[in-house]
Design a binder for this molecule. Structure first.
Ligand SMILES: [Zn+2]
Length: 263
């Protein structure tokens, strides 16, 4: 049994949404450009990815108002090449959820098994009317896709813990990664988008169950404290500027997160 040996963040470019979507109903009329990225995990049991970013062509076709900016270097194949890997070498992808900015690169991972919450797959295939844009990229359902459906909390591999944190979506998972040496990393995906939103228990304006969403933010805070983990923000431009990007190794934010166990 051994834990992850190396973690890298794969840059997927940026998108724009209104501030009021980042901090639900607060800050209307201020467009914000925010980062999208995925996580590459080298583990003794295999080569894994947590989420896969967005597909530029899809966003230009379906959600062009989010003004995607993604260079050819920011695609999943190009980011993996920077790390010395090919898409077909990925053994498994864990999707936090199936919104278009978290599963756009799945289709490149032709040999990977897709692990996700059972309810998420059902919801993404037949979304509620207000979720249709969020689930606007169906390419996760590609011909080579093999799904392993999960339920509840579990340890996916030694030191890779998945916590069911619904609210933003029905089957949303957050990931806590124990490292060989160093603080655990807590990737909460879209439970809350930014450090400022998280500090105020604010979830994004996109959600299926806002009450569950608030509970999930509080759960992340408890987990961070229990584990002494470094909370990593998914769509926070300022935090992202401080993150080491592939091909560099990512070891954390370098600062104690708000609820990172310091108190
Ligand atoms: Zn997202």
């Amino acid at each position: 049994m051994a834990k992850a040996t190396r973690v890298r963040l794969l840059d997927s470019g940026t998108l724009v949404i209104d501030q009021s979507h980042i901090t639900w109903n607060i800050g209307c009329g201020t467009p914000v450009r925010f980062p999208v990225y995925s996580v590459l995990i080298e583990h003794p049991d295999g080569l894994f990815m947590f989420d896969t970013g967005y597909d530029l062509e899809l966003v230009n076709a379906v959600l062009p108002f989010e003004l995607p900016e993604q260079t050819p270097e920011q695609t999943v194949p190009a980011q993996l090449a920077k790390c010395g890997f090919k898409p077909e070498e990925i053994d498994a992808v864990i999707n936090s959820h199936l919104h278009f900015d978290h599963c756009g690169g799945n289709k490149h991972l032709v040999n990977a098994t897709t692990f996700l919450h059972q309810d998420e797959l059902r919801e993404a295939r037949t979304p509620e009317p207000f979720e249709r844009l969020g689930y606007g990229d169906k390419s996760f359902d590609h011909p080579n896709a093999k799904f392993e459906l999960l339920d509840g909390d579990l340890e996916f591999a030694d030191g890779i813990h998945l916590f069911h944190t619904p609210g933003h979506t029905i089957g949303h998972y957050s990931m806590l990664l124990e490292l060989e040496g160093g603080r655990p990393l807590l990737f909460m995906a879209d439970v809350s988008y930014t450090a400022a939103a998280y500090a105020s228990d604010l979830q994004a304006g996109f959600h299926i169950d806002p009450v569950a969403g608030v509970r999930s933010i509080r759960r992340i805070k408890r987990l961070a404290k229990e584990w002494g983990a470094d909370v990593i923000f998914t769509h926070d431009a300022e935090a992202f500027r401080g993150y080491a990007l592939a091909p560099e190794t990512f070891t954390g934010s370098g600062v104690l997160s708000a609820a990172g166990g310091a108190q």
